[in-house]
Write a protein that binds this ligand. Structure first.
Ligand code: C2O
Ligand code: CU
Length: 566
């Protein structure tokens, strides 16, 4: 590990909170001294009574996608940027999407140019729409100058197509996963997942939304006109120094003179809310917390309600009125608003890690200009059969730490060799108790299949907690019980991952493998030859073969990830 020079107290129990508070106070003076923009916000306490936020960034909010011209937009006309929709090309019933992970520059801190990364653009990536039942093929080229992977967060796909660390591919290579979209309507996202570099690459801008559509009644009854009445809201609370250098690891976060800008669809909203004109009375919002570690809570400035329709993994059984939606790093939610009058959405940022942003921001001023009268929301959106877990196989997953090394079940997953491995078989139904033995905040993410919350800190789930999740908060000292069923895909070489979605924690080792094998032990990797067509394995990815493969051809494929994979 590279963190040998970190102070031992950095992530060490409750001291962390005090340290964080002190640093934020110290830092907020710098922010106040600059005296800009602070009047635009109401500050609330952050984690553990942290007090005034550490946000020093000030000045106008700017749109920063793609080109310099956009960077010159003034705060006065900062309309919400809608990420481009990526057009696919369909032939032979396969829809092909083309993505390039590349480097660029963008204005993350007002008036300062940052080195960034993005998919097909300088920062962030276009939104993809997938349709349930369709076959998709993604041609993803790496132009980053270093290894990467692209993970389809929340998607139920074969492990070899999942974009985990085993399928890392080098600069200049193209990775071309293909699969049938098995997910029902939901909001997913894509981001890098190579061991040790996820935080760095994601905070520099490698993240994009995926909207899965289906032919359900709920989907046809809900708003779905992208950018018009179906609006993506991608939040990132980042850390940068005054030169605009985006920080991603503990050493970086402990530097002095940091700011914690809050970005909405790539635009800094520190000093001015963005505007959106709702031309339809009913508008659907899809919120993604793409922050490395901070928690984002969405609410209305007038304390009114939001009608939540979906969690990470699709529709709730019915629209549920909530006054706020709290999203840990990696989580998503969807809600609708019926706008008969203007409204303002706020984001409350809560520090999730050793340091970070905090405070309440007016992020989106919505002008209600719709004249239509929408039908009542459908009374039923989805059927969710709650698991009876009495016959489920039980496991315990312990989230731990040893100084600044993060652990799952006692192992630091900083390499494929060293990480803990959960092995199960296709068709298994399991109940896991996720225990947080640290005093730190964690965000528990499971690849492959959705899970139901069976208990949260000993309490029965209620309301929106009865939906489907793939990423859920586990507070310091807390625990959750989750239940899931491993369906459809098995493999004895390629594995899924389970980990903390605080990106620094996963890079520091809070990552384990999940191997779902076929119950007849003859399962092999999926047989298409395109998946790893031109991928070459990274050093970190190649280590897995000896530990996992039981089949010569797939072992070779994993070790070399050669162009002629089985
Ligand atoms: Cu969004 Cu394994 O991650
Ligand atoms: Cu964590």
């Amino acid at each position: 590990m590279t963190h040998t020079s970190e102070p031992a107290s950095g992530e060490n129990g409750r001291g962390n909170h005090r340290k964080s508070t002190a640093e934020k106070r110290e830092h907020s003076k710098a922010g106040a001294a600059r005296g800009k923009g602070l009047h635009r916000r109401k500050f609330l306490g952050g984690m553990a009574g942290a007090g005034i936020a550490a946000v020093a960034a000030a000045g106008g909010a700017f749109s920063l996608l793609n080109d310099a011209a956009k960077n010159k937009a003034s705060a006065a006309d900062s309309t919400l940027t809608i990420p481009d929709l990526l057009e696919g090309t369909t032939s032979d019933s396969t829809t092909t999407f083309t993505l390039e992970a590349k480097t660029g520059t963008a204005e993350v801190l007002s008036g300062v140019t940052s080195d960034t990364m993005g998919y097909n653009q300088s920062f962030l990536g276009p939104t993809m729409k997938w349709t349930n039942g369709d076959t998709v093929l993604l041609n993803i080229t790496n132009s980053l100058g270093e290894d990467t992977t692209v993970h389809f967060h929340g998607a139920h796909v074969p492990a070899k197509m999942d974009g985990g660390p085993q399928v890392a591919f080098a600069d200049g290579e193209t990775w071309a996963p293909t699969f049938t979209v098995d997910d029902s309507a939901k909001t997913l996202w894509y981001h890098p997942h190579a061991l040790g570099t996820t935080a760095k690459q994601a905070v520099h801008g490698l993240a994009g939304m995926i909207i899965v559509e289906d032919d359900s009644t709920a989907s046809s009854d809900l708003p779905s006109d992208y950018g018009v009445d179906d609006v993506p809201l991608i939040f990132q609370c980042l850390a940068t120094d005054s030169a605009g250098d985006i920080k991603y690891d503990l050493a970086g976060y402990l530097e002095s003179d940091l700011s914690y800008p809050l970005l909405l669809n790539g635009t800094n909203v520190d000093s001015a809310s963005l505007s959106f004109t709702a031309t339809k009375t009913r508008t659907r919002f899809r919120v993604l917390n793409a922050s490395p570690s901070d928690i984002i809570t969405i609410q209305r400035s007038d304390s009114g309600t939001l009608s939540q329709i979906a969690t990470d993994q699709g529709y709730l059984t019915e629209a549920t009125d909530v006054t706020s939606i709290r999203l840990v790093a990696g989580a998503r939610a969807e809600f609708v608003m019926d706008l008969s009058a203007d409204a303002t959405l706020q984001a409350v940022v809560t520090t999730g890690w050793v340091r970070g942003g905090s405070g309440t921001y007016d992020v989106l001023a919505i002008t209600a200009s719709g004249t239509d009268t929408p039908d009542d929301l459908p009374s039923t959106l989805n059927t969710i059969d709650r698991y009876d877990t009495s016959d489920f196989t039980a496991r315990t997953i312990t989230l731990g730490q040893d100084g600044t090394t993060m652990l799952i079940n006692g192992s630091a997953g900083t390499s494929m060799d060293s990480m803990a491995m959960i092995s199960t078989t296709l068709g298994s139904q399991e109940i896991w108790t996720i225990t947080n033995s640290t005093q730190l905040e964690h965000s528990f993410h499971l690849h492959d299949v959705p899970y139901q919350l069976i208990s949260v800190n000993g309490e029965d789930p209620t309301g929106v907690q009865l939906g489907w999740y793939d990423t859920y908060e586990v507070v310091g000292g807390g625990s959750i019980e989750i239940a899931m069923e491993f369906t459809d895909y098995s493999d004895d070489t390629y594995m899924y991952m389970l980990h903390c979605h605080l990106l620094q924690h996963e890079d520091e080792g809070m990552m384990a493998g999940l191997m779902v094998t076929g119950d007849d032990t003859s399962t092999t990797t999926t047989d298409d030859s395109t998946a790893t067509a031109t991928a070459s394995a990274s050093a970190s990815a190649s280590a897995s073969a000896s530990a996992t493969a039981t089949d010569d051809s797939t072992a070779t494929a994993t070790a070399s990830a050669s162009a002629t994979d089985d």
